[in-house]
Design a protein around this ligand. Structure first.
Ligand SMILES: Cc1cc2nc3c(=O)[nH]c(=O)nc-3n(C[C@H](O)[C@H](O)[C@H](O)COP(=O)(O)OP(=O)(O)OC[C@H]3O[C@@H](n4cnc5c(N)ncnc54)[C@H](O)[C@@H]3O)c2cc1C
Length: 510
């Protein structure tokens, strides 16, 4: 029987990121995806700055940006009456180029290493796929479904089925990751329940191409044009668009004709080619557990949100990187007995926090919808929209401020800190290089001033890079003279001196 250290079921963005993370840390895996190709459904349209930082560490930021919306284009969100009516209020957000300049200018630890990226899932998945299919440590098989498994004390025996031939094969792995999406059979087989609300509303998606830019960009380039009836997402600011709307009341969603629905939202008929259209239902769900023995859930298998805020895949990328380094540590023999159990302890509260945030953001959209009903004066409506705000694209505390020490923090604001469990603040050093780019693939010890790192270095049971920072202006941001950083760029430990390196490492790897 074939043996692999880690088997990943599901080749969506989360499964592929997990495979890439394991490979980067030198661990072999087998990834199986039941479909023959990557998705045709645009689904996500914002990869946030945190995911981009993590992708950058996997060597993927440049390749992903190459298929994204041009870096000069804005991220504006505009509420409109209709495309043939008027723009009411625009929430302005800088382009990647402008944001990069702001990040460099501020350089106070409050900023991400990478700006966010506008890109659809149709575009991002092939890049992730290319990053693993050619990797010598990843065996990635599309057109192979994960079917069943039995786990025992020393491993998991899995049954895979070739989607075309129907042939089955058994594979034995030490650890199994269920990245098999919202209807995860892994979650089902483990008997793990979901808490929250399912089918919270009914949506209808129309993904199309159109050269009618004058109409699609009636009020200039923007990422989203929104009305209470839906959001038009500009997928490339050129010719590809997605309308997320709702089916007409009283009509079977499966029987909806997308053409008239699109015309109705736009305000008139226009030339276009509909690529995909289907009804779908968002959920607000969180798995009761993320782990059962040697089997782990990540991404949509563990949590599902309404897309307001764009937290679905982004939360899953955080899962993949957290789980990835811990599985790699376990396979390599670095992990203490409780390290793998810390995956659920760290990531499930983030899953819950982000679910609540996406629900709150939807609440704001509902309030704006009510304003549209009540307010006939466009100026007053615009003021009302501005006052309700657009936290769904400004919740830096959600995106960057999640911590693994139980401290909840303000969802709207990111406060840089090196408290163990927090994300390492990002800065640029005197020579212009990014501190994040100096971090090693495994652990990194940052040393400021005259602190003695020898205890931690001598006792290190894992690969450790040491980065000496002789830039006094940066030291206060990092709050201690020694800061030990994990592979997922969360702080493992900090102090001005270390007297017992063994004790620190024992704690960190548990
Ligand atoms: C309209 C919409 C907009 C969204 N916008 C955003 C956004 O802006 N930002 C964001 O972060 N998220 C967004 N999301 C959410 C995002 O699309 C999901 O969170 C993301 O796809 C989850 O990735 P995943 O890899 O966990 O699961 P999936 O993408 O669902 O991938 C799971 C994969 O597993 C495969 N699979 C399932 N069962 C098996 C099996 N038995 N064997 C083998 N393979 C299997 C499936 O074929 C699939 O390819 C949006 C979603 C929607 C619907």
């Amino acid at each position: 029987m074939k043996q692999v250290p880690v088997l990943i079921a599901g080749g969506g963005p989360v499964g592929m990121t997990l495979a890439r993370t394991l490979a980067t840390l030198g661990v072999r895996c087998l990834l199986v995806e039941r479909n023959a190709s990557t998705t045709r459904h645009p689904k996500m349209d914002i990869t946030n700055g945190r995911s981009m930082e993590l992708f950058a560490r996997l060597g993927l930021a440049g390749k992903l940006r190459a298929v994204a919306v041009p870096e000069e284009n804005n991220f504006d969100v505009a509420w409109i009456t209709s495309l043939t009516g008027r723009e009411l209020h625009r929430f302005r957000y800088p382009s990647v180029v402008e944001k990069r300049a702001e990040i460099r200018r501020r350089n106070d630890g409050t900023q991400p290493r990478e700006p966010a990226m506008r890109v659809s899932q149709v575009m991002i998945e092939p890049v992730l796929q290319a990053s693993i299919v050619d990797h010598p440590l990843v065996e990635a098989r599309w057109g192979v479904a994960f079917e069943d498994f039995v786990q025992d004390e020393s491993g998991v025996t899995c049954t895979l089925r070739n989607a075309e031939t129907g042939a089955t094969e058994e594979v034995r792995c030490a650890y199994l990751a269920g990245c098999d999406g919202g209807s995860s059979i892994m979650r089902e087989a483990l008997g793990i329940g979901l808490e929250g609300k399912s089918r919270v509303t009914q949506r209808y998606m129309i993904h199309f191409k159109s050269d009618s830019r004058g109409l699609m960009q009636a009020f200039g380039v923007a990422w989203h044009y929104q009305t209470p009836l839906g959001t038009l997402i500009a997928q490339d600011d050129k010719d590809t668009w997605t309308l997320q709307t709702r089916p007409p009341a009283g009509v079977d969603p499966a029987a909806v004709d997308p053409g008239p629905l699109l015309n109705k939202w736009v305000g008139r008929a226009f030339t276009r080619n509909i690529l995909v259209a289907n009804p779908w239902t968002p959920h607000l769900l969180l798995a009761d557990r993320y782990q059962s023995g040697r089997v782990f859930l990540a991404g949509d298998a563990a949590h599902q949100y309404i897309p307001t805020g764009g937290y679905g895949m982004n939360t899953g990328i955080g899962d993949a990187v957290d789980l990835g380094w811990k599985l790699a540590a376990a396979v390599k023999g670095f992990a203490g007995a409780k390290l793998l159990a810390s995956y659920e302890k760290e990531r499930r509260p983030v899953g819950l926090r982000n679910r609540l945030a996406s629900e709150r953001h939807t609440g704001v959209r509902i309030k704006i919808g009510e304003l549209y009903e009540k307010e006939s004066d466009p100026e007053a409506l615009a003021r009302g929209i501005a006052a309700l705000g657009n936290l769904e694209n400004e919740s830096w505390g959600i995106e960057f401020g999640y911590r693994y020490d139980g401290v909840e923090g303000d969802p709207a604001v990111y406060h840089p800190t090196t408290a163990p469990g927090a994300r390492l603040p990002s800065t640029f050093l005197r020579d212009g290089s990014a501190l994040y780019d100096r971090l090693g693939p495994w652990f990194t010890l940052l040393r400021f001033g005259d602190a003695d790192p020898s205890e931690l270095i001598d006792a290190a049971p894992v690969p450790l890079d040491v980065v000496v920072i002789d830039d006094e202006s940066m030291a206060p941001i990092y709050e201690a003279k020694l800061v030990l950083v994990r592979p997922d760029t969360h702080v493992a430990w900090r102090g001005d001196h270390c007297e017992d390196g063994d004790a620190v490492w024992r704690q960190v790897l548990q």
